[in-house]
Design a binder for this molecule. Structure first.
Ligand code: SF4
Length: 241
């Protein structure tokens, strides 16, 4: 079948282990204030491509992504907005012996079937905050579906990396971080938490799209704040990277 994608790219060390072929699907129901990929928000802005075409492209880079435990990451946008397309890509990559990762906010976790998750070697679960009011302020949506999906992944024993974007004055409240760390520590399937420092590198993209970057006036976190947040996760026994 075909699906709407924004682009694909190659990356090393940021979208899962090793060298990755990353498919950026088009369309996202959230509007995170720090989003780095506003060009992926609307599905209709994407390019419709058959899964066959993407698999052929992946084949061309097989050597690159096979070294050092790399693989394929389906990202976005929100891949679970196109669950059948995403499931097909994950299944075919898995059948080809490639490591597979799904990068999702978890908002639409109910759309991921158990079969899809069985084809997913690693879930990159973006938990953008634990406190519901903060989550809504950051994303415009509710946190509960993501937490439910996290618990389901734990029940299924699916390896998961949690990703948390640290924004000074927005997501950095000690109580918010502490509650997230406690939640993650209780899951049992989370191998690590990636604390991603907020940055403003997407400002140019917003300008080109005629959009205003909501956090243009916010500075990235300093080392002291990063150290504090890592320490909060580690205090709960969570590997914080
Ligand atoms: S979920 Fe991801 S793609 Fe969607 S708005 Fe948030 S950061 Fe952007």
């Amino acid at each position: 079948m075909d699906g709407a994608i924004s682009s694909w790219d190659l990356s090393v060390g940021v979208d899962g282990p090793g060298s990755r072929f990353v498919v950026f699907t088009a369309g996202c129901p959230l509007r995170c204030r720090y989003c780095q990929n506003p060009e992926t928000w609307r599905m209709r802005d994407g390019r419709r491509v058959p899964a066959d075409e993407i698999m052929a492209e992946i084949g061309r880079y097989r050597r690159f992504i096979s070294v050092a435990g790399g693989g394929v990451t389906i990202s976005g946008g929100e891949p679970l907005l196109q669950p059948r397309f995403t499931a097909e890509l994950l299944r075919r990559c898995h059948e080809d012996g490639l490591h597979t990762a799904l990068d999702t906010s978890g908002l639409l976790g109910v759309r991921a079937t158990d079969a899809m998750l069985a084809d997913t070697d690693l879930v990159l679960l973006d938990i953008k905050s634990f406190d519901p009011a903060t989550y809504r302020r950051v994303t415009g949506g509710p946190v509960e579906p993501t937490l439910r999906f996290a618990r389901r992944l734990a029940g299924l024993g699916r390896p998961t990396w949690v990703r948390f974007v640290l924004v000074p004055g927005l997501t950095d409240a000690p109580a918010n971080v502490d509650a997230l760390a406690g939640f993650v520590a209780g899951l049992g399937n989370v191998e690590r938490v990636d604390v991603l420092p907020f940055h403003r590198m997407a400002t140019g993209k917003y300008d080109r799209l005629g959009l205003r970057f909501p956090l243009a006036g916010v500075a990235p976190p300093d080392q002291a704040l990063l150290d504090r947040v890592h320490a909060q996760f580690r205090a709960h026994g969570v590997v914080s990277v």
